[in-house]
Design a protein around this ligand. Sequence first.
Ligand code: GDP
Ligand code: IMO
Ligand code: MG
Length: 452
Amino acid sequence: MRLKSQILTGANPLKTIKARRKTVENTVVVGAQFGDEGKAKITDLLAENADVVIRYQGGSNAGHTVVSNGKKYKFHLIPSGILYENKICFIGAGVVINPLDFQKEMTELISDGVSEAHFKEALKIHPLAHVTMPWHTEIDGYSESALGKNKIGTTKKGIGPTYTDKYARSGIRVEDLFNEETLSEKLDAILPLKNKSLEKVYGLQPYSKEDVTALCRKYRDIFAPFVCFEWQKVLDDTKRNKTILFEGAQGVLLDIDYGTYPYVTSSNPVGGGAAVGASMGPLAIKEVIGVFKAYITRVGEGPFVTELTDETGEKIQKIGAEFGVTTGRARRCGWFDAVIAKYSVLVGGISSIALTKLDVFDTFPEIKLCAAYRNVKTGEVSEYYPTNVYTHKDYEPVYEVFKGWMCDTTNVKSFDGLPDEAKIYLKRLEEVSGAPIKIVSTGPDREQTMFV
Ligand code: GDP
Ligand code: IMO
Ligand code: MG
């Protein structure tokens, strides 16, 4: 399938959308490992057939790369669907937004050629999304240093503290910025306690109400052109008449409930997260595509049973260019872990698989896949995921070994055209993961994709 994107010129996209009927099923794109699986590439591909793209969780901790016509675009908060002329892109209620990060990302995309007029036309922010305030970022930084060797390895973008305040019912939402009277009431309620904890717990500077009010005005001005106050009408129409792509960030193993807790992010990347974060409920979702790499990477701390700390791991890292988009940190690399995959398919609600970065193995004479974990203390072998991560040091991977294909797959155009060894590896991967592979990717570009 050949897909083509257009960078915008400012034409009115709504006319095109109104004329369309719903033709494709609403799909969620979920990261199925520890993030950075290539979700943005898959989202970009599938966005071709969607009218509306809704990001449903996370914040500027995400780093999403899209390569279009040989040019690289980087996204953190803004749905990558913005690269199309005729899509509405929603930053959903489940997302947390740092206004300054949002502004920076937009400025960079504008310098990459996306017009400002198009942003104003196509990008919408949900008024119920929470705002990352400066104290959130400060607390994130402080907590990480205070944890010392037990640190989570966060992106230090203030994500955890923003969600903490959301659930503690002391967060500031985008809509709050647009009503000074109620904002004032809210600040009176939350600032005294926040300041007490900033000073007494974290040893940080308190914030005066005047300063926060001034900051909120600045944030309001940044968000003003994009906030969709009529979201109920827009999303009602979207749900009834439009094809929706739900865009996830991070990955199932970083999910606050199902990930390698406490080495997780603070939101719900699982497919179910889309039902809440995109204001649509579960029945709006027809398909959940889990994006897996042909191996696994992880940034930050936390257990990783198939991690390779030898030259094989280095080779994957080098060929796969495994460095974080948001923090530039080197990603830890390891063999594909089917125990994780099976778990991810279950709790992520994954109905099919998009497998990326198969090409990274083009020069590997041998490839391993972890089919089960062996408990070194008891000798027990299991294909089910042990959720208490403090026990992971007791597990070793049980590997199946596959012959490599030792040829270039980056120009293969169809699944049938893949070398037999690659097909055997993929077939087994599909079998042990428990969901069908629908998409295989052998390069960052859109063209380097095959639909199975
Ligand atoms: P995301 O956070 O899941 O969207 O993934 P990232 O953008 O953080 O990291 C994935 C990286 O792999 C990006 O640089 C992509 O351009 C690149 N990529 C995606 N699919 C493929 C593929 O099939 N092969 C190769 N070699 N690179 C890919
Ligand atoms: P995308 O969307 C990979 C990781 C951090 C850390 C943990 C908690 O590009 O896949 P946080 O800042 O969220 O509190 O950090 O989660 N993390 C990611 N790892 N890809 C991401 O996003 C990530 N977002 C957060 O490294 O281990
Ligand atoms: Mg990423």
